[in-house]
Ligand binder design. Structure first.
Ligand code: ATP
Ligand code: MG
Length: 293
């Protein structure tokens, strides 16, 4: 596949666990996505950008080869695709698609650390990551590559253990498997091609990356406003989660209290509000942040 002159391309998963959130990221960055007649390619109406919608396994190669300028993919898929050739660069973690590649065993296997895997058969969809992990632990085992349904391999006597993606652990539990080792922690990442775009598109590319980083930074961030007794100001600002230096303003006609405004980078829970109140804070407002730059 070759590139269309004068347009940037962003690779996203067509359908699956990352598809919707990837599209949200693109939209939140201000790109108006038009469903095209073609299912593979969505056009962006307000910029010369196309979205290439593909299997997630294809995204690292498309971005590494410069067929796409940017991509959204699970770090696990990127890591598995690492082959010594030119690589896509990770620009930022995106905060969604979180999961962990874990080694899990059936109760019949007496597990006492990685050495218990010596000479065993392990089923996985991530043979390269698993191979590197086993080597780093000095264990030699047989790796059986399966595209899916890895979790049934022990029951079918296809393997003694598995190495698979886990998020809640419900699938492991349903199959009577016990998580033993964390092999790789993953989430969706934004990746960029090592190949520069056409010079006239460089500025657009930089600005899209900056906007996406703003979208990610504002996720979960809140704007908090409250009134605080001057005497409790230090204790109250210390309670605000992930806030830099807050803005402190006078309240008209009151010397004993001030208004505090802060951007909190972390979730603001009810427990925090209760503690703020206990320190004498009043008129507490927690507002969502739409954009941040
Ligand atoms: P495709 O058809 O695009 O190849 P897929 O079946 O390979 O899709 P999905 O199951 O949609 O992939 O998962 C995509 C990504 O979502 C995974 O590579 C991983 O990064 C992430 N993910 C998050 N939680 C989980 C989970 N519990 N199991 C599997 N993947 C997860
Ligand atoms: Mg896939």
């Amino acid at each position: 596949m070759s590139k269309v002159q004068g347009r940037l391309r962003i690779a996203v998963q067509k359908s699956g666990r990352l598809a919707e959130r990837s599209l949200d990221l693109v939209r939140d960055a201000g790109l108006r996505v038009m469903k095209g007649a073609n299912d593979l390619l969505y056009r962006v109406e307000n910029y010369p950008i196309d979205l290439l919608r593909v299997r997630d396994d294809d995204i690292p190669t498309f971005v590494a080869d410069g067929v796409c300028d940017l991509g959204v993919v699970g770090e696990n898929v990127l890591e598995e695709a690492r082959n010594g050739g030119p690589q896509a660069e990770i620009l930022m973690p995106l905060g969604f698609g979180k999961c962990t590649l874990k080694v899990a065993t059936p109760p019949s296997l007496d597990y006492a650390g990685p050495a218990s895997l010596e000479d065993r058969r392990i089923a996985t969809s991530y043979p390269r990551i698993l191979k590197r992990w086993l080597e780093s632990r000095g264990v030699s085992a047989d790796i059986v590559t399966m595209r899916g349904a890895v979790e049934v391999a022990p029951r079918l006597k296809l393997a003694h253990a598995i190495c698979d993606l886990v998020s809640t652990g419900a699938t492991l539990e349903a199959n009577g498997l016990i998580a033993q080792e964390t092999v790789f922690d993953s989430q969706a990442v934004l990746i960029r091609s090592p190949q520069a775009p056409e010079p006239e598109l460089q500025h657009l590319l930089d600005s899209i990356i900056e906007r996406m980083s703003g979208v990610v930074a504002s996720q979960g961030a809140k704007y908090v406003m409250l009134n605080a007794p001057r005497a409790a100001l230090d204790r109250i600002t210390a309670l605000l989660p992930g806030a830099g230096s807050p803005t402190v303003m006078p309240l008209s006609g009151r010397d004993d209290a001030v208004a505090v405004h802060a951007v909190c980078q972390e979730a603001v829970f009810w427990e925090t509000l209760e503690k703020l109140k206990a320190e004498g804070a009043s008129a507490i407002l927690v507002l969502p942040i739409e954009k941040m730059m």
